[in-house]
Design a protein around this ligand. Structure first.
Ligand code: GLN
Length: 540
């Protein structure tokens, strides 16, 4: 039987529930348990795919093509367990199912209500994780306890635990214990109140994880234990980590959080092995090769979360090369007001990530040119690859009007064009080319040598593609087609021959990078950047 852990958050948002949930998953997996994870989000969008990156941050894409919350990226990175469509539901998706069922006559004769119909549907979504090959399912409830939107979820998990029994399900509440500077004290009251709200709903947390800036004293632990009805040793401290989010599981393990979880679930406490994780952390925090700098030229730079997986994958690439990657975040529109030479000066590598719409395209194309002509290692991703192709067509092949039809429908050289399959699609939600597709790599390319294999599978999220009509001309001038979809012939990867490391892909490699298994393209990109840095500064 699959056991269940429910994680809720209190006091404020942005406490890092996703990272805490992912850390618990990593620890339990490291103790030999088979884990699955899920997030339930209380907003009305059916999925985050239609939201602006400024609203929601990155949209994380799974192999099976679901557009999901960025916390699933943490889940996959920490635990290296694949998420799928059933790993993320929203109030929008839950209501859609219920309303569709009502239209089909599924509730004939009944009044359809939040309780029991919506809560039943939430419970059905949770039980989708039940399986003979899953020992423990972890469900994170998005939002903050006390929000109106969260109520049906809290009621559903209360009922769910009631049905499976205390030995088979537990509640972990993540809360904030703020330090009040003027009083020189840490305060437990917000946590008490948040647990109070949960209690009114009928949930008493089994474990309290306290986010704090400073040490939680014994006195605070005792107070929280007393007022929140938890055992003192089950008041766990989660202090802000100094260097890397990958320190969180190690800190939680020091307090035996995972051991208590297993005891509460009446599961055998097997040995914990996280030595490799700690070695990865050493390379991340104290790398022997010092630091290098990569420019990320994006459109949504002001919101760090918008490129979450990119920044993480860069750090994995750094760790694999025992070097710290400092990111110079550049808003591509700023290049219009300043100059690319000024903004990119001195960087060891340039990464142009994905995006939508024509704002900031000029700056991205200028950045590609700067990396191409300056022989600076370059990685282009999705829109970044499309910009690389446009730049090459314009500046190497002489198509001065080359463009993507996303930005100029009347371009006389539409080197990037809407995919055929996309031409008839009107609806916006979930209609891009999404999820994992195979790609065959060309022999002798940098990509082929990075991956060490001919056939790969990578995740996609796009509508436009490399226009095959221009392939001959562009490759005649030196653009290497390094990877192609075996099913459709679609160009998936391009490279430059006469360049130390210039690779651009239509897919999103960042989603598959893991802290202990850096993605091959990120690993080789950073390796090339390190080589450049060493040859630029031979003394260092
Ligand atoms: N806007 C481009 C497309 O739809 C690129 C998408 C992306 O970068 N994810 O093809």
């Amino acid at each position: 039987m699959t056991k269940h852990i429910f994680i809720t958050g209190g006091v404020v948002s942005s406490l890092g529930k996703g990272i805490t949930a992912a850390s618990i998953a990593l620890l339990l997996k490291s103790r030999g348990y088979r884990i699955r994870m899920q997030k339930l989000d209380p907003y009305l969008n059916v999925d985050p795919g239609t939201m602006s990156p400024y609203q929601h941050g990155e949209v994380y894409v799974t192999d099976d093509g679901a557009e999901t919350d960025l916390d699933l990226g943490h889940y996959e990175r920490f635990s290296d367990i694949a998420c799928e469509r059933t790993s993320n539901f929203t109030t929008g998706s839950i209501y859609s199912t219920v309303i569709q069922r009502e239209r089909e006559g599924g509730y004939l004769g009944k009044t359809v209500q939040v309780i029991p119909h919506i809560t039943d549907e939430i419970k059905r979504c949770i039980s989708l994780l039940d399986s003979p090959d899953v020992d423990i399912a972890i469900t994170e409830i998005g939002g903050t306890v006390g929000d109106i939107e969260s109520l049906p979820y809290l009621e559903a998990i209360r009922q769910f635990r009631q049905a499976i029994g205390r030995d088979n399900g537990l509640f972990i509440h993540l809360t904030l214990v703020p330090y009040i500077k003027a009083a020189g004290e840490m305060k437990t009251k917000p946590s008490q109140q948040s647990v109070g709200i949960l209690r009114e709903i009928g949930i008493i947390p089994d474990i309290l994880v306290c986010r704090c800036e400073r040490d939680l004293s014994m006195e605070h632990r005792e107070k929280l234990a007393l007022f929140c009805n938890v055992n003192r040793e089950l008041v766990i401290e989660e202090q802000d980590v100094k260097n890397s989010i990958y320190e969180v599981p190690v800190e939680l393990a020091k307090q035996d959080l995972d051991k208590y979880v297993l005891e509460l679930l009446h599961l055998h406490v097997k040995d914990l092995s996280i030595e490799k994780w700690k070695e990865m952390l050493r390379r991340t925090v104290e790398p022997v090769n010092g630091e290098l700098e990569i420019a990320v030229v994006g459109k949504y730079i002001t919101l760090r979360d918008a490129y979450k997986s990119i920044y993480e994958a860069l750090s994995h690439g750094g760790s694999a090369n025992d070097v710290r990657v400092k990111v110079r975040m550049i808003e591509s529109q700023d290049i219009e007001k300043s100059s690319v030479e000024k903004l990119l000066e001195g960087v060891d590598g340039v990464l142009v990530p994905g995006g939508f719409g024509d704002r900031g395209i000029y700056g991205k194309i200028e950045s590609v040119k700067y990396a191409r002509t300056g022989k600076i290692p370059f990685l282009g991703i999705c829109l970044g690859m499309q910009c690389a192709v446009i730049e090459f067509a314009r500046n190497v092949c002489g198509f001065s009007d080359a463009n993507s039809t996303e930005f100029n429908q009347d371009s006389s050289a539409p080197v990037i064009d809407l995919m055929d399959a996309q031409k008839k699609i009107v609806a916006k939600g979930g209609t891009m080319r999404l999820g994992a597709y195979d790609c065959v790599l060309s022999p002798g390319t940098k990509s082929r040598s990075a991956y060490g294999t001919d056939k790969i599978s990578e995740r996609h999220r796009h509508r436009y593609e490399f226009n095959g009509e221009y392939e001959k001309t562009l490759s005649g001038k030196g653009l290497v087609i390094a990877g192609r979809s075996p099913a459709t012939g679609l160009v998936e990867l391009v490279e430059l021959e006469d360049h130390p490391w210039f690779v651009a892909c239509q897919f999103h490699p960042e989603f598959k990078s893991r802290p202990m298994k850096a993605h091959p393209l990120f690993r080789e990109f950073i390796k090339a950047a390190l080589k450049k840095k060493k040859s630029d500064n031979p003394s260092k």
